[in-house]
Design a protein around this ligand. Structure first.
Ligand SMILES: Nc1ncnc2c1ncn2[C@@H]1O[C@H](COP(=O)(O)OP(=O)(O)OP(=O)(O)O)[C@@H](O)[C@H]1O
Ligand SMILES: [Mg+2]
Length: 292
């Protein structure tokens, strides 16, 4: 009996959050580095489903960096990163698309559907959802910067009560090259969150959050502090685009950006439905009008 009361208490504790978030859009960036353990992956699918069932409109944008690297490795193609971005020549671009759109996207979609959800996997190329131009072709090759988000397609998917699962590949916004562009999934997620006027963006990765130079977790960051940590080199590698994407989302009107540990069981639910939250939250400096 005692245990049952505790279960009811847990539900009641979540009630204010359920009320607060019903009808809101949350973008979840499911990092490649967090898609490792099969048990955790199944829990992510359950978490997403539960969020949808309590009325949150969930949009998934996924990465897949480690799978791309291991596939390139098998083909004896070297992976090179500059400022946390994968340098992408034409050959690498083909592999990036195959792995992200063909493999990772369908794996996540299938996982959610096997848990009773209704996920629809698409690439940013579909219906020209994401249109991009090269960031700096000489430096990064086919790494794109998003110029346009045709967000109507995602809204239609959400209206049909489906869960969109988006691979971060973009169509060409200029030369009509069919290769398209490799978009860092963190930026794809932040641009989609801004265009959808999402309430929250949650980045699931493989660290407890943003760490300081003594490896302690930084629970709250504002835009200036994040800039300073980047300048000092404390934020490096894949965390650079992630923190930039967080800041971009906040500047674009998303209320809160969270970086959470995808290796922790039910991390998304802990962040969303408990007062403590987990990981690092990046907020604007002053005016958060609506409690997020
Ligand atoms: N200050 C920092 N705090 C935390 N992690 C950091 C920091 N600086 C660099 N990192 C690195 O950033 C990595 C996370 O970025 P990474 O791009 O590897 O993962 P991801 O974005 O989740 O996956 P994917 O790119 O495949 O979607 C961490 O594993 C860590 O090594
Ligand atoms: Mg990354």
């Amino acid at each position: 009996m005692k245990k049952k009361i505790e279960q009811v208490k847990i539900l009641l504790d979540a009630l204010p959050y359920i009320k607060k978030y019903a009808g809101d859009i949350f973008v979840i960036k499911y990092g490649g580095s967090a898609q490792i353990d099969p048990i955790l992956k199944a829990q992510v699918a359950e978490d997403i489903l539960l969020m949808q069932l309590v009325g949150i409109k969930v949009v998934i944008v996924h990465g897949g960096g480690n799978k791309i690297s291991s596939f390139l490795n098998k083909l004896h193609i070297k992976s090179t990163f500059v400022d946390g971005l994968r340098v992408t020549d034409a050959e690498t671009m083909e592999i990036v698309e195959m792995v992200l759109s063909g493999n990772v996207n369908k794996e996540i979609t299938t996982l959610i559907n096997q848990h009773g959800g209704n996920a629809l996997g698409i690439s940013g190329k579909d219906a020209n959802l994401l249109m991009a131009t090269p960031i700096d072709f000489e430096k990064y090759g086919y790494v794109g910067e998003i110029r346009l988000v045709n967000v109507e397609v995602v809204k239609k998917i959400l209206d049909e009560k489906l869960i969109p699962v988006i691979a971060p590949i973009a169509s060409d916004n200029g030369t009509n090259s069919s290769l398209g562009y490799n978009i860092n999934a963190d930026f794809a997620a932040s641009q989609i969150a801004i265009a959808l006027k999402a309430r929250k963006i949650i980045f699931m990765t493989d660290t407890p959050g943003v760490m300081d130079n003594s490896k302690n977790i930084i629970s709250t960051l504002n835009l200036q502090e994040a800039e300073a940590l980047k300048k000092s080199g404390v934020i490096s590698g894949g965390m650079i685009p992630k923190v930039d994407a967080c800041m971009e989302a906040i500047k674009g009107g998303v209320l809160k950006s969270h970086i959470i540990d995808g290796r922790v069981e039910h991390a998304i639910l802990l962040e969303t439905f408990t007062s403590e939250g987990v990981g690092t939250v990046i907020k604007g400096i002053s005016k958060i009008k609506k409690g997020a």
